[in-house]
Design a protein around this ligand. Sequence first.
Ligand code: NAP
Length: 251
Amino acid sequence: MRALILGGSTEAAQLARLLAGQDWIAPTVSLAGRTSAPALPPIPHRIGGFGGAQGLAEHLQRTATDVLIDATHPYAARMSANAVAAARATGVPLLAIRRPAWAPVAGDRWTQVADLAAAARALGEQPCGVFLTIGRQELAPFRAAPQHRYLIRSVEAPEEADLPPSATVITARGPFDLASERALLAAHAIDVLVTKNAGGQATRAKIDVARGLGLRVIITERPRKPDAESVQTAAQAWDWLRAHHAAPRGA
Ligand code: NAP
């Protein structure tokens, strides 16, 4: 059974590990190619866009793909929409892994905003220390709030031209734990955390540390993804694949 896994998330990496070495399935992970040194899966992979929904549909047909797994990040809305459209056009069964969002709990001081421009405005006029964990490609709105001091963490360093004037950049790939997040926030005198609502455990520690320290958290709402049959975890996606393959018991 040929499976195409649209990757770029923790769940895609987990599913690739679960499928490595299994002889009932021929999986390929697709990566967008945003990072120059991606963490490569232990199964075959390809890198780069398909050319929209139509390009993906053509790819599915050309490669005789049997099932499509959308395991993209919660904020990769365009790719997920393309997956739904291409699956509909080709009749290839689609399963989406949709990781639940984080929800505020007692003690959280969250401001939920529509997008990163609203997040930059929500920082306010008063200069403060901001921990920006939104990746490296959407920093531009924060150039409009130059009064703040920014600590920016991303997998790869951002372009200089995208940075606000007072910015310290650190490059790191999750997961991150409570102790190191607490030490980082203290070392950089952080007052406010700005983040996407990624969900999951890998990058959750910063939210818990912010609560413990009584810090504000400005968090962007998730983009809408189109409806699709979905599960929440890589293990559940594995079960779905097995059911689709109807493989002999014990294989
Ligand atoms: P996006 O806005 O939904 O997609 C933009 C375009 O990038 C798509 O139309 C597609 O190009 C290409 N693309 C996206 N994911 C791809 C994949 N897995 N394989 C091949 N092409 C892909 O996506 P994005 O937000 O830029 O995210 C890009 C990648 O980074 C995704 O794989 C996502 O899982 C990962 N990621 C995103 C975020 C985030 O905050 N957005 C965070 C962590 C990881 P074509 O139309 O040409 O096919």
